[in-house]
Design a protein around this ligand. Structure first.
Ligand code: CO
Length: 293
């Protein structure tokens, strides 16, 4: 009996074999990386928050390289003088492209989709489709994006600060947010709307946006509050927390609140020091990673 392979079948075998080879070659040459992007900080004591994020990310992606970029040129220059060189997002992406990374997720560690996030999105878009560049490039959303993000963070912080306030207590929690001139500043009053639905007294104010501290003081007085737990609503307890929030300046929030007659307890901890907060950034990172598939 003669076994003769039909020319058609032979061709199919060759095509499938070649395709398989090239697919395997493609897989073996894929190189994945994560780029975490934040405004940055020059305070070593504030960096614990970033270290915490990195530890959590490495738990979830143990085999993927994790890199950092700071968007603030001011902070990058300040750190460079101390010998600490941290790239901008564009520098980091250019380097990763040169080093042959094929899949990169850029994760925004910003609080809101404000101007810094949009600048980052523009940078990421500029790196898309470069002839020899990173083949799969996606961008993870900042902490507060959809409404479920507001409720997740609101619930988590209410739990963390439950000893500071209660339904009928004269004690309140005041969060100091950064605030922005960008349209996305609306996330702060939106967050307050959700905080008002929770048992206890929680208020958010911003340094550079709306609502300002005087709005918070007015609500504390209306509700007969006597004692305040004051804490940053910023990823790190850095410059704003140490100076604008709790500094010696008579205009610091701590001093304003004390002048208004409140007893103030400062909780000097950045948001990124809480697991539940980092979990949300990680969820956004996973969403962005799924955009590859
Ligand atoms: Co600032």
């Amino acid at each position: 009996m003669k076994h003769k392979i039909q020319p058609g079948i032979l061709l199919t075998i060759i095509v499938v074999f070649t395709l398989n080879m090239s697919l395997q070659a493609g897989e073996s040459s894929s190189k994945k990386g994560l780029l975490l992007v934040t405004f940055g900080t020059s305070y070593p004591e504030a960096k614990v928050a970033f270290d915490h994020i990195e530890d959590r990310v490495k738990e979830v992606w143990p085999d993927t390289e994790v890199r950092w970029a700071y968007t603030s040129q001011f902070i990058r220059k300040k750190l460079a003088k101390r010998g600490e060189v941290i790239p901008s997002p564009a520098e980091a992406l250019a380097r990763m492209g040169e080093e042959g990374f094929t899949h990169v997720v850029v994760q925004s560690l910003h609080m809101i989709p404000g101007s810094e996030f949009h600048d980052l999105a523009q940078t990421v878009n500029a790196f898309r489709g470069l002839p020899e560049g990173i083949r799969h490039l996606s961008l993870g959303m900042p902490l507060l994006n959809v409404h479920a993000d507001l409720t997740h963070i609101g619930d988590a912080m209410a739990r963390r600060f439950q000893d500071c306030t209660g339904q009928n207590s004269r004690e309140a929690v005041v969060f100091m947010g950064h605030g922005s001139h960008h349209a996305a500043n609306v996330y702060y009053p939106a967050f307050q709307y959700y905080l008002d639905e929770l048992p206890g007294h929680f208020y958010i104010g911003t340094v550079e946006g709306y609502p300002e501290i005087d709005k918070v003081v007015a609500r504390l007085k209306t509700n007969g509050i006597e004692k305040v737990c004051l804490t940053p609503f910023i990823s790190v307890a850095g410059d704003h927390a140490l100076n604008d929030m709790a500094g010696e300046d008579p205009e610091s929030w701590k001093n304003i609140l004390e002048q208004e007659g409140f007893h103030v307890e400062v909780v000097m901890k950045g948001l990124a020091e809480y697991d539940e907060v980092v979990d949300l950034w990680i969820a956004h990172l996973k969403d962005a990673e799924n955009a590859w598939k």
